[in-house]
Ligand binder design. Structure first.
Ligand code: NAP
Length: 426
């Protein structure tokens, strides 16, 4: 019998009742599901030693095998690793309503239907855990819902999409966008269709979940302003490096006077920011609060065994907390979602190399309340490249200034503006 056939047999060897057995239903047996099945087999004894319960598969559901109703009947805990909204939503709701604890890695489901699922968990005394839905194995959900649940979070910055971080690292090393994307696909860090990653949508769903956990207010994908990396050019990265800046796709969730802002966009970071050194396909999240200054967690954001490790951690939490409610995803509070936030900006302009250009650009910026922190000017024959970093101002004022600069007669192509994150925590 092949090793694969033996593994399949082991999975289908349904849980036998016994004091120390914990029957687990597995929905989905793809990249993550298969890794979870392997880890349950490999780590079962260790988990039994830690918790007094030995998890055993009570059934596996895929498109071609297993019955959900049968698995539900046999399981105490259901692990959902199908992905997407339906049928995952229906299965998770049915499991919670039947009083089963649920572990999922499904960011779309939690982002779009979190309130319905959190309520079903609360009403049925079941736990719903989803550490792997945000930043893979980086334990940010646990930190927000447990370790830091008692304090007021001010801001979260995250590199929560490994594909785009890999592409930007490759661009920083000199590749153009298309080549960097091809490299990411060849190394298995990007899907054949990378749209959800490079557009910022994947990161936006994850930041919506983090904002809900940190601030209590429901945030869905449609509430998050997001911008991707498709329009970036290698020049942006090269010039910014001379100003001491590195480029990342950053998700931000922050509490401001009057509400909450949740957004994803490319942003430059100074070298001392804790996220500046996160390269390649890694994820990292920085949580800021007055009482803690900041903490940063980083690690692999995807991959079968990596994501399965986070799923297994949730399983252990469920077993340890069985009988008590958890994790504490409180009933929602509605806070206004703000769009026009302040930021420093990097500006990149191609202009005619003639007298008076710098003074004219500075004049427009000054009228819109933008003061300039640093400037680089480089001659390109008859033209010149002008790169500036401003001090913080509102995005709407910056966009107005950029629009006006774009109309000046000596400007050769539309100016490019990218946000700069200024905190360094030195
Ligand atoms: N892959 C990662 O690195 C990663 C990282 C973090 C989070 N996640 C999340 O983990 C979840 C699973 O991702 P994955 O990469 O493991 O996905 P995957 O490789 O595509 O596997 C999906 C599994 O679900 C099964 N499935 C699909 N539709 C189904 C249906 N209608 N009924 C029953 N089963 C169905 C598939 O069945 P068949 O085997 O019959 O096709 C397959 O076994 C997703 O929510 C994803 O966002 C993944």
């Amino acid at each position: 019998m092949s090793a694969e056939a033996r593994a399949l047999d082991a999975e289908q060897d349904l849980a036998k009742p016994g004091a120390s057995t914990l029957p687990v239903g597995l929905l989905g047996h793809g990249t993550v599901g298969a890794a979870v099945a392997r880890m349950l087999a490999d780590r079962g004894e260790a988990i039994a030693g830690l918790t007094g319960r030995r998890p055993e598969l009570a059934g596996v559901l895929t498109r071609s095998r297993g019955s959900f109703e049968e698995i539900l009947r046999r399981s105490e805990i259901v692990i959902e690793l199908i992905g997407g909204i339906e049928p995952a939503r229906g299965y998770v709701l049915a499991a919670l309503r039947a009083g089963r604890h649920v572990v999922t890695a499904n960011k779309q489901l939690i982002c779009e239907h979190g309130e319905e699922l959190f309520a079903a968990a609360r009403e049925n005394g079941a736990q719903l855990r989803f550490e792997a839905a945000v930043a893979g194995v980086v334990p940010v959900v646990r930190v927000l819902t447990e370790s830091l649940a008692g304090i007021e979070i001010r801001r979260i910055h995250g590199i929560v999409n490994g594909t785009t971080n890999f592409i930007l690292s490759a661009m920083e090393a000199g590749a153009d966008y298309e080549h960097a994307l091809t490299q990411a696909q060849e190394k298995g860090f990007a899907e054949a269709d990378p749209e959800a990653d490079v557009s910022g949508a994947d990161a936006a769903a994850k930041m919506a979940i983090l904002a809900r956990l940190a601030f209590g207010t429901p945030v869905r994908l449609a509430d998050v302003r997001y911008e991707g990396i498709e329009h970036l050019i290698s020049d942006d990265l090269q010039y910014a490096r001379e100003l001491g800046l590195g480029l990342k796709l950053i998700g931000t969730a922050e509490r401001l006077a009057g509400g909450v802002s949740v957004r994803v966009h490319p942003a430059f970071l100074y070298g001392h920011h804790p996220l500046a050194s996160i390269g390649g396909p890694f994820n990292a999240v920085t949580v800021e609060a007055d009482s803690i200054t900041e903490i940063t967690m980083s690690g692999p954001g995807a991959g079968g065994p990596q994501t399965a490790s986070a799923v297994l951690g949730d399983l252990l939490s469920v077993i340890s907390a069985a009988g008590s409610p958890g994790p504490p995803v409180a009933a929602p509070v509605a806070l206004p979602l703000l769009e026009d936030t302040d930021s420093a900006f990097y500006l990149h302009m191609e202009v005619a190399d003639e007298p008076g250009v710098l003074v004219a650009v500075a004049g427009v910026l000054d009228r819109w309340g933008a003061s300039v922190k640093s400037v680089l000017q480089r001659g390109l024959g008859e033209n010149a490249r002008l790169v500036m970093v401003t001090h913080p101002l509102s995005e709407s004022r910056l966009r107005s200034a950029v629009g006006e600069i774009g109309e000046l007669p000596f400007v050769r192509s539309p100016p490019r503006a990218i946000r700069v994150i200024e905190e360094e925590f030195e």
